[in-house]
Design a protein around this ligand. Structure first.
Ligand code: GCV
Length: 703
C-alpha cells in the first residue's frame, strides 16, 4: 500500500505540482499553494501532526493521499500517515463507523476531539468527501478551532454528462477535445483521468456518463468497452461510477437483428446479454442514459411503443446488477402550429407510474433547451410516481461558449428554488428533485460537462466556477450562490478581501448581464442557427420550424413575445393554478418571464415605468455597458490574481464586449423594424446597419 501511495503522490505532484511559475489553471480549486499568511500557516502547521489512516481501502487511500498532498502544499510540511493515533495531539483521525448519525452513507462529520480532528463517516466514501471538506476548511482560511460540519448529500446521483464522441470531439464542447483519449485507451492511462476524478470527488460528484447522448452504438462494442472499463478503474478509488449513453437501435446495428422493438423477446435478450457483458467488465457500472425519439435518435416510438416500454426493457436488463436507466424527457415535434414548450409534458406525464423502479426520467431545467433564462419545466411536480432527475447544462451552449463570463449558480438556483405549488406553497423544484416532495427513492442531478482537453479544463477560467457550483449544489441545493462563489474564489483566485468582494460581485451579476444583452424580458431561442452562437433573431427558415427564431419571439407590428396563455398555446395550463395565476397575467408576470408567456404591445407601460420597447432597448444597452464595467472591475483585481489567469479572463472579457455589442445592435435594429419606434434617449443608435450585422452572423455560419 505504501508504494502505491507513493506512486499516487508522485503522479499528483507532477500534474498538480506546486510550481512557483504562473498559473495555467490546471489545478482548478485544488491548488494547495503555500498559505501566504505566515502566522495563519504556522497555526495550522502547529495544530496538525499526523493523519491516522483508518481501515484500508482504495477510497481510503485516495483520502489519505489527498490530505497528505494538500497539507504538504498548504502548510509546507510533510504530514505522516499512521495506522493508529500517536497519542500526542494533532492527529487527523479518519473514522468509519456505520452507526455515525448521518442522513446517508456519503455524508461526513468533521469535528474536534480534544486536540485531534476527526473526519467521521459511515463509509469510506463519506471519509473521502470529509477529507476534501477538511482541506477546503483550511484552503478557505477558516480556524481549525471552529471545525464542525455535519452534512450528507441531498441527491444520490450527482453526475456529469459528457457529450463526448468516439472520434474525440465533444458536442457543444468549448474547451478543446474530449478528455478521453479513446485511441490510446485502454492501454495508456493519461494521468489527467485521475485529476478529473479528484476534482469531481472534491465537490461530491459521484457518477459520470462518459459519452454523448447522441450515442454511437460503437461504445457498446468489444472495441470500446475495455476503454470505458479502463476509465472506470481509474475513477473507482474516487467514488465515481461510470454510466454510458446507449443507442436504442444497437440490437439492430450491432446485433444484426431486424428490429430494436423493445417488446421483441430477441431484442430484450440482446440487451440482457449486453448488460451482462458490461457488468463482467465493470462490476459497479451505474447504468444507461438514453436519448430516444428526440432530434432524430432512434427509440421505441419507431415501433409504436412508448418511452416507458423502452425504458422498462433496459431497466429489466439492468435490474439483476443494481443498475439504473435514466431516460431523457428532451423531446419535441416539428409542428409549425404547435408549441415545443408543451411536448415533454404531453408525452411523459401520461406515463407516470408505468416505469420500473430502477428507471428515472431526466428533465432539462426548462421546457425548451438551456436558454439563458427559462421558467422551470412543468414536468417538475407533474410525475409524482416517477423519480425525476434534473438536467442542467454546465457547458455554455447558449451562453456565449468560452468567451463569456457567466456564473451559473444563480441560474441553477433560480430553477431549484422555483415553487411548483404542486402540493401547496413551498413545493419547490429542489424538493421534487431531492425526492422529499413525492418520496422518490431514487434521486439524481446531472450537469452537461464543460470540461475538455484545454489545459485549464473549461476554456474560460471563470467557467471552472460552474463545474464547482454544480457539484456543490448537487450535494446541497440550499447553499447560496454567493457562498459558493466566495468559496471557489478563495480557493482558485484570491483571498484578499477587496478583490474577493469584487470577484464575488462579478460572478453574481454575470448571468443577469448576459441575459440583458442577449435575451431580456423573457426572449428566448434567438441565437445563431445550429452553432447557437451570436444573435440571429431574423432566422425564419430552418430544417424545422422550432429551430428558427421567429417561431419563438413572434415580433410583429402589434408587439412581441409568445402567447402561452389561454388565448395562445395555453402551455401555462401545464403548471399549477398558483403559477398560472402569477404568470398568466401580463401585469403580474415577473418581467424576466414576460415574453415567455405573453405577446406584449410595443407601447405597453411596464412596472418599470418604461414602455416595452424602451425597456427592451434599455436592457440591451445596459447589459452591454455592464460588460464594459466587468472589464473595469476585473482590472482592479490585477495585483491580487495570478498574472496568467488574470490575462486569460481580461482577454476573454474583451471578446465578450465585442460580442455584447453585436447582440445589442442586431436585436435593437431588427426588432425596431417591427416596433418602428426610436432608440430611446440617452442611448445612441448603433453605428452599424442591420445588413452589416447580418453579414457578421452569416460569417459564423460558414464552415
Ligand atoms: C446532445 C440541444 C443541443 C444538442 C443536444 C441536445 C440534447 O438540441 O443543441 O446538441 O444533443 O440539445 O440535449 O440532446
Amino acid at each position: 500500500m505504501k508504494r502505491s501511495l507513493q506512486v499516487i503522490l508522485l503522479v499528483l505532484g507532477t500534474c498538480f505540482g506546486f510550481s512557483a511559475s504562473a498559473d495555467d489553471g490546471y489545478r482548478l480549486w485544488l491548488k494547495y499553494d503555500l498559505i501566504k499568511n505566515e502566522a495563519q500557516r504556522k497555526q495550522y502547521a502547529g495544530a496538525i501532526k499526523t493523519i491516522v489512516s483508518g481501515p484500508a481501502s482504495p477510497i481510503m487511500q485516495s483520502a489519505t493521499a489527498e490530505l497528505q498532498l494538500g497539507l504538504q502544499g498548504l502548510l509546507g510540511k510533510s504530514v505522516a500517515i499512521q495506522p493508529t493515533a500517536s497519542g500526542s495531539a494533532g492527529n487527523i483521525i479518519l473514522k468509519i463507523d456505520p452507526t455515525e448519525k448521518l442522513a446517508n452513507d456519503e455524508g461526513y462529520h468533521l469535528y474536534k476531539k480534544g486536540s485531534d480532528f476527526v473526519i467521521a463517516a459511515k463509509t469510506d466514501k463519506g471519509v473521502l468527501y470529509g477529507s476534501f471538506a477538511f482541506l477546503r476548511h483550511i484552503q478557505t482560511g477558516q480556524p481549525l478551532g471552529e471545525l464542525a460540519e455535519t452534512t450528507s448529500p441531498k441527491i444520490q446521483l450527482r453526475m456529469l454528462n459528457h457529450w463526448d464522441n468516439t472520434n474525440g470531439s465533444i458536442e457543444r464542447g468549448y474547451a478543446g477535445a474530449s478528455l478521453w483519449k479513446w485511441f490510446e485507451l485502454p492501454e495508456n492511462l493519461d494521468p489527467r483521468y485521475m485529476d478529473y476524478a479528484r476534482a469531481n470527488a472534491s465537490i461530491g460528484i459521484n457518477s459520470t456518463v462518459v459519452n454523448n447522448v447522441n450515442a454511437s452504438a460503437r461504445f457498446l462494442t468489444p472495441e470500446y468497452l475495455p476503454k470505458v472499463q479502463a476509465l472506470a478503474n481509474v475513477f473507482r478509488p474516487y467514488g465515481i461510477k461510470v454510466f454510458m449513453s446507449i443507442n436504442f437501435a444497437a440490437p439492430r446495428i450491432l446485433g444484426g437483428l431486424g428490429t430494436s422493438d423493445p417488446l421483441d423477446p430477441k431484442v430484450r435478450q440482446w440487451w440482457a446479454d449486453k448488460t451482462k457483458e458490461i457488468y463482467a467488465a465493470i462490476p459497479d457500472f451505474g447504468g444507461f442514459l438514453v436519448k430516444a425519439n428526440s432530434e432524430g435518435q432512434p427509440g421505441p416510438q419507431d415501433y409504436g411503443r412508448n418511452h416507458a416500454d423502452g425504458a422498462n426493457m433496459l431497466a429489466e436488463a439492468l435490474a439483476p446488477f443494481g443498475g439504473v436507466v435514466i431516460w431523457r424527457a428532451f423531446v419535441y415535434k416539428a409542428d409549425p402550429n404547435g408549441d415545443r414548450f408543451k411536448t415533454a409534458y404531453e408525452e411523459f406525464k401520461p406515463l407516470d407510474g408505468t416505469f420500473k423502479p430502477n428507471a428515472m426520467v431526466q428533465v432539462k431545467n426548462g421546457p425548451i433547451d438551456f436558454q439563458p433564462r427559462e421558467p422551470f419545466s412543468p414536468l417538475f411536480g407533474a410525475m409524482p410516481k416517477t423519480p425525476l432527475a434534473m438536467e442542467f447544462q454546465i457547458t455554455q451552449e447558449y451562453l456565449g461558449f468560452s468567451t463569456n463570463f457567466v456564473y451559473l449558480a444563480p441560474l441553477f438556483k433560480e430553477c431549484l428554488d422555483s415553487d411548483t405549488y404542486i402540493k401547496g406553497k413551498g413545493s419547490t423544484v429542489a424538493k421534487v428533485v431531492d425526492g422529499t416532495l413525492h418520496r422518490y427513492d431514487k434521486t439524481a442531478m446531472a450537469g452537461v460537462a464543460n470540461t475538455g482537453s484545454d489545459r485549464n479544463w473549461t476554456g474560460h477560467t471563470m467557467s471552472q466556477a460552474n463545474w464547482y457550483a454544480f457539484g456543490r449544489l448537487a450535494w446541497d441545493h440550499t447553499l447560496s450562490s454567493e457562498a459558493i462563489a466566495q468559496e471557489w474564489t478563495k480557493m482558485t483566485l484570491t483571498q484578499e478581501p477587496k478583490a474577493l468582494a469584487t470577484i464575488t460581485d462579478l460572478l453574481l451579476n454575470s448571468r443577469e448581464n448576459y441575459v440583458n444583452f442577449t435575451t431580456p424580458l423573457g426572449l428566448h431561442h434567438i441565437m445563431g442557427e445550429s452553432l447557437h452562437f451570436g444573435p440571429q433573431p431574423w432566422l425564419a427558415k430552418s430544417a424545422r420550424p422550432d429551430w428558427t427564431a421567429v417561431y419563438y419571439h413572434r415580433a410583429a407590428a402589434d408587439g412581441i413575445g409568445f402567447d402561452r396563455t389561454k388565448t395562445g398555446s395555453n402551455a401555462l395550463a401545464q403548471y399549477a393554478p398558483e403559477v398560472q395565476a402569477q404568470w398568466g397575467d401580463p401585469d403580474t408576470c415577473p418581467l424576466p418571464y414576460l415574453l415567455w408567456f405573453h405577446h406584449v404591445a410595443w407601447d405597453k407601460k411596464l412596472s418599470t415605468g418604461r414602455t416595452l420597447w424602451d425597456e427592451l432597448c434599455h436592457r440591451y444597452y445596459e447589459g452591454t455597458q455592464s460588460v464594459a464595467q466587468m472589464q473595469k472591475d476585473w482590472a482592479t483585481v490585477k495585483p491580487e490574481v495570478d498574472p496568467e489567469l488574470f490575462a486569460d479572463v481580461a482577454g476573454r472579457l474583451a471578446a465578450q464586449r465585442r460580442e455584447a455589442l453585436w447582440w445589442r445592435d442586431a436585436c435593437v435594429l431588427y426588432f425596431q423594424e417591427f416596433s418602428k419606434m426610436p432608440i430611446p434617449a440617452p442611448y445612441q443608435k448603433p453605428e452599424r446597419t442591420l445588413e452589416e450585422i447580418k453579414k457578421i452572423t452569416a460569417t459564423y455560419q460558414l464552415r
